[in-house]
Design a protein around this ligand. Sequence first.
Ligand code: BES
Ligand code: ZN
Length: 631
Amino acid sequence: MIYRSLLTIVAVITLVMTVNAQDYHSYANPSGVRVRHVDLDWDVLFDQKVLKGSATLTVDRTSPTEPLILDTRELKIEKVETSTDGTRFEAGTFKLGVSDKILGAPLTVTLPTRATRVRIHYSTSPGASGLQWLDAAQTAGKKDPFLFTQSEAIHARSWIPLQDSPAVRVTYTARVRTPRNLLAVMSAENLSGTARDGDYSFRMRQPIPSYLIALAVGDLRFRPLTRRTGVYAEPSVIAKAARELNDTEKMVVATERLYGPYRWGRYDILVLPPSFPYGGMENPRLTFATPTILAGDKSLVSLIAHELAHSWSGNLVTNATWRDFWLNEGFTTYLERRILEAVYGRPREEMEAALGLRDLNEEIASLDDRDEILHLDLKGRDPDDGSTDIPYEKGALFLRHLEETFGRARFDRFLKTYFNHFAFQSITTDQFVAYLRQNLLNENPALAANVPIEEWINQPGIPAGAPKPTSPAFGRVEEQAKNWLSRKISPKQIPAAKWTTQEWLHFLRYVQDAFESKAANTPTPGSRPPTPALMAELDSAFHLTRSGNSEIAFQWLLMSIRNRYEPANARVEEFLMTIGRRKFIRPLYQELAKTPEGKERACEIYRRARPTYHPIAVASIDADLKCPAGN
Ligand code: BES
Ligand code: ZN
């Protein structure tokens, strides 16, 4: 009897979880018809900026009557065929619904009794949100065009008709025909060997969510780093990329030690042209990365630690809906810092965590309460809007709180079992919390009482007992900054030659706070020269306007705009014209747009740069700037 009612309770809980897991960013109906495998076949038509071919979907059906509903965006559907024996295909019927601005259009395919495969013949549109077609001029080599995809969050549907929900996992194969001299790479095993002949085959044997399907085509070279790691990049970038990224194997080893075996075979990195809109994207077996991490001194490789960490948090255990995005990014940010600590030592971890906390506090100061919640409500919104510092930094801080409360050894064991338990599954926040209670909290209620789980996950802001990561190295940087700001020392006397990139970033942010009188214990503005003069002092001592380190340059240029330091104007323009990473360019445009003259300049630069930016960056900056037509 007790057993029966227990079963009922479990059944009800499971049902509630499934209902909760409803992914409102997909039209798909996986509970009735679920795609299990996808076979892709394309011609890459650079002159038309179109992928043309077919997607053949193999489905599992629990409902014999339900049609197959797929997500699409701006796809041209030529014809649909269905098959009952898996090999012979017959003409099928389909209907393309009306298109929603965020979700695209549902493609409904009628399934004959016992049909298990559906082939869709289609082509993409030149403006597909998940594709960027680069002219030769936008590449490093300037000779050949380039194509790359970016599917997360819901852009896979703009180049493949599929159930575009992270709760649906598929295996896939692909055959890709390209111009003969170009190489195609995917987030999969390459079956075509080393021949460069314009005809490439791929296979991904582990089930992955659609947002991890990825393709790039260009004049690419490969450099092995170790037996299982390597780098792809354009010929003129490959040597620098290989040098910069040669700690990759150490990172893989460190992560395996902490969280169990790397389960994807190879780990390669593709360094893209500068218009790649993100820092990195964790496509399985093949991380996509911005060239702006190639600083020359490995100082920005935390990005690789981050994308690599996703091989556990995200790719192995995946957020079931975009509401659960923090399960991907918060875990990954926490793992990223553990990897950095293992490879580069505790001080590096402390600096990264302190910079992260600062970002988080700044973000919280400007966000609506409802957007400060880990288990975010994104109904009616583009899931890309949920990509703030909340899932990343608040998520990481929550895990750090658990680590500090239960002890590192215990928490590491918990995470390792968590990754194993949910391997190759997509889970919701509720499922994580249930697992956390069962496997960590319940065994020590006294300790658990110190971590307000409900508050962490469902309330805005940061809970009172949260960890406050600090860095002794940053304390020393602040001393130097104060001494300079109070005119006790000249910039030349700042021991900056020994500073890491992270110390530089902290210095610049601290100085900016002082300019705005936000920093504690700094002399009042009245006792100092005006900020453009102070900027000039720093610049002549450290040549910041010319910095080749993208993070430092970004921070400096942002300050330059804010403090009206005009000698940096030309560099601001050059930066905006050559880099497409949204995290950098968006804030620079926003900062410019705060004054009328700045807004005019922003629109003038943007008019010229816009054609070189990725659709994702364009969408954000269009919305921010609202430049007058013709500008
Ligand atoms: N998965 C994200 C990138 C992403 C998030 C793409 C949401 C589309 C929607 C990736 O792992 C990431 O977080 N990249 C960061 C770098 C990281 C070091 C914080 C980025 O691109 O800035
Ligand atoms: Zn990430």
